[in-house]
Design a protein around this ligand. Sequence first.
Ligand code: HEC
Length: 447
Amino acid sequence: MELEMRGKELTEYTYDLSQRIILVTQIRRVILVTASVLLVGFAVYWLIKDTPMQGFVMEWLNLIIRWAHVVVGIMWIGASFYFIFLENNLNRTDGVRDELAGNLWAIHGGGFYFLEKYKVAPKTLPKTLHWFKYEAYFTWISGFTLLTIVYYMDAKSFLIDPQIADLSVSTAIAIGVGTMIVGWLVYDGMCKSPLVKKPMLFAVIGVLLLAGVSYFLSTVFSSRAAYIHVGALIGTIMAWNVYFVIIPSQKALVKAAVLGKPLDPSLGKKAGERSLHNNYFTLPVIFIMISNHFPSTYGHEFNWIILMVLTLASAGIKHFWNLLERGERSRFILPVSIVALISLALVTSPAFEKAGDEFGEVSFQQVNEIVISRCIQCHSATPTDDQWNLAPNNVMFDTPQQIQAQAERIMVRSVRTQTMPLGNKTNMTQEERDLIRAWILQGAKVD
Ligand code: HEC
């Protein structure tokens, strides 16, 4: 932050004024950049809409924004893990000066680093003070943009599943965005209520509410979109914690230091609570962000329960990890979390499925007919679908060999998790799924 106005003559009024000027300038810049990007985006979109370029351009937009989202997300979570590591490993006793909370030596990239943490603030503020906030903001902005591109601009494919709930596009988007806003308000309200003084109760109620949200979303959205919206809600809480609570309290800290005034200790405490919540959210939210690669989780009939087990177990692992860094060891948290994950995998595994002989010998011809009527609209070198004019993920079922080679994935997507055909756009029946299943269990032979 630029602290140009300093010195004895600085009053609270002039300080606030200078801060406001800085803030307005920053906001103006952000608005300008965002508006130009949106303008260019919309112009391009109108130019290519309904042309063969549409799918292609959307894929590149998806690529670039996803890439940026992952990069800024790594910077955010990386910095936050690093500061938790510092906090857990500070030397707080050995020759530490009175004004310090602790210090720490480290070696990295061929150099030695020495770092000191102050109890409150240094007597004079340094000229350059590094803040860590844009990582969080850009992670949220890029994440929301990605959500818009993938799930909202293409709601019929990815957001809505008519077999789950036959929503209109605008209703579905309103539910998605509404979940994030209402979810934040409820969470923020809980943090401001007396509940926050009882961490155990807070956690239990928080988890129950999250389970409720997961269940609700699994009854309105496609299974994949339900997962990603739970992630979007958690990510929103994390980023807005930074924007609405953590950064303002740091600004108050800096202001008190500049003006030489005592600091309201409740501010630091509030920021600390939010940071702690963010810390436990990290592992679950990262799983959800990569969950669309794992249809056996989101595509399962009890997908919301699976999500809650994964959330609790990964938060448990994070808890163990925090304790470990502080030199404490808990005997049961890690084993319980790992056993929970393994049991989850076992319970949802196909090991106990029935044999697949209910139809007798299924011929490749029968399977090929199903694939032709339900899949190759999209999965072909020459797709006929109105939307997918390139084979999705380059998966094509034009030849017997292609179908055979993909048998395992076909089993996962169209039988076990029923996440294909996309949104069941081609109206595949349960009997067809069972036939494909039997054929694969019989060895996926092409005669
Ligand atoms: C309306 C278009 C559409 C139809 C019809 C469709 N798919 Fe897909 N398929 C997609 C899209 C889009 C993806 C990529 C996104 C995803 O993985 O969810 C995909 C991905 C897949 C994948 C995953 C590829 C990978 O990288 O793991 C498999 C397997 C698959 N489809 C099988 C099928 C089968 C089998 C059918 C027919 C029963 C089918 N699809 C029908 C659009 C379609």
